[in-house]
Design a protein around this ligand. Structure first.
Ligand SMILES: Cc1cc2nc3c(=O)[nH]c(=O)nc-3n(C[C@H](O)[C@H](O)[C@H](O)COP(=O)(O)OP(=O)(O)OC[C@H]3O[C@@H](n4cnc5c(N)ncnc54)[C@H](O)[C@@H]3O)c2cc1C
Length: 330
């Protein structure tokens, strides 16, 4: 059981906040939760911080059946999220919910994190940091999506909550999400649905289900205020322009990133370019993004952290047994 509920409460100094924690994990989606669970079961002490009010990450916002997990037939994404919460509880990991990390930077004693939660702002020192903050849906431009009436961005519960009866709908995006949601909207009473794709990247099964008359391939221009695409007016515009990494809070660590901003990591350990910092799941996009690879990434980081912690303990023991050996490493 974690004994560090004080770690993220406002008013506490970092020194007492981090006592005994082996790694702070930011994000309780499949990747971060898996890492925390494995660390706890390996006998280490993780501290799991989550900005939302429940663990599960993007899967919590997926009301559809998730048929891509070989060991979990017949579950929805939301049920996967509930299972994640149960697994954490059984491993004795208490995620700190409603805690958004705002900033991380190197510190002489390790890493310094700042964030805020229900009790206000807090500061925390961590010996190791695991970034598991996933991705956010891209809006019409590269900035975080701005709310705009009649424009829905990314897949999830808000798409299901929308009433499409009798509406004209433009779906933007040529990936799986575009075609899958085109199909969904068409099956839920929309009067017309047109899919705009600059290029088609979706799985063949989705592309083949689309009516060729509805699909417009090539460049397109969107006016969100007038709700038009290539000059044609729609009642609703649904945007599926892919995903951007959600790890701005870690900018102060100056980690190596790829051209799209995903954090680069060592394939064998999930360690980023700064020692002691790990990035897993969709924030690193080391493998095809999905629940199973996010879970696996959590395991990789947990085992690497265990090896680091045990090596450090062995060095300390050796120094204590041979005080004159001159080994000054931490
Ligand atoms: C509608 C939908 C359907 C999907 N269907 C499937 C499917 O059928 N099968 C499948 O395998 N995958 C599916 N996916 C993809 C799957 O959900 C993701 O691949 C997976 O959740 C990625 O896990 P993750 O832990 O890397 O990131 P996430 O699940 O995104 O979790 C990241 C967590 O970090 C938290 N966080 C972010 N920033 C901060 C911060 N600064 N401080 C604290 N916490 C923070 C977030 O709140 C979130 O809980 C679907 C996704 C969506 C949206």
């Amino acid at each position: 059981m974690l004994q560090h509920s004080e770690a993220v409460q406002g008013g506490r100094g970092p020194a007492e906040a981090d006592a005994g924690v082996d790694a702070v994990i930011v994000g309780a989606g499949p990747a971060g939760a898996s890492c925390a669970l494995w660390l706890a079961r390996l006998g280490l002490t993780p501290l799991l911080l989550e900005a939302g009010n429940a663990p599960g990450g993007l899967e919590r916002d997926n009301p559809h059946p998730d048929n891509w997990i070989a060991v979990l037939p017949d579950v929805t994404g939301a049920q996967v999220a509930d299972n994640i919460a149960r697994s954490l509880a059984q491993a004795g990991v208490v995620p700190r919910l409603g805690q958004r990390v705002r900033m991380a930077r190197p510190d002489p004693a390790g890493l310094l994190l700042e964030g805020d939660g229900p009790q206000g702002a807090w500061t925390l020192r961590a010996p190791r940091l695991v970034i598991a903050t996933g991705v956010r849906a891209r809006g019409l431009d590269d900035r975080p999506p701005q709310p705009s009436p009649g424009v829905l961005v990314g897949p999830g519960g808000h798409i299901v909550a929308q009433d499409y009866q009798g509406l004209s709908v433009a779906v933007l995006g040529g990936g799986d999400n575009g075609f899958e949601n085109y199909d969904y909207v068409r099956a839920h009473g929309a009067r017309t649905v047109h899919l705009y794709a600059r290029s088609v990247r979706a799985q063949r099964q989705w592309v083949e289900r689309a009516d060729a008359c509805d699909v417009r391939i090539g460049d397109y221009t969107v006016d969100p205020a007038g709700r038009t695409v290539n000059g044609q007016a729609y009642d609703l515009i649904l945007v599926f322009h892919g995903w951007a990494p959600q790890a701005d809070f870690a900018d102060g660590l100056a980690l190596a990133r790829d051209a799209r901003g995903f954090i680069r990591t060592d394939p064998a350990t999930a360690e980023a370019s700064l020692p002691g910092v790990y990035a897993i799941g969709e924030a690193a996009q080391r493998m095809h993004p999905c629940v199973v690879t996010a879970l696996a990434d959590g395991v990789v980081a947990a085992k690497a952290i265990q090896a680091q912690v045990e090596a450090a303990a062995a060095r300390r023991a050796s120094r204590n047994n041979h005080p004159s050996s001159g080994d000054a490493s931490p």
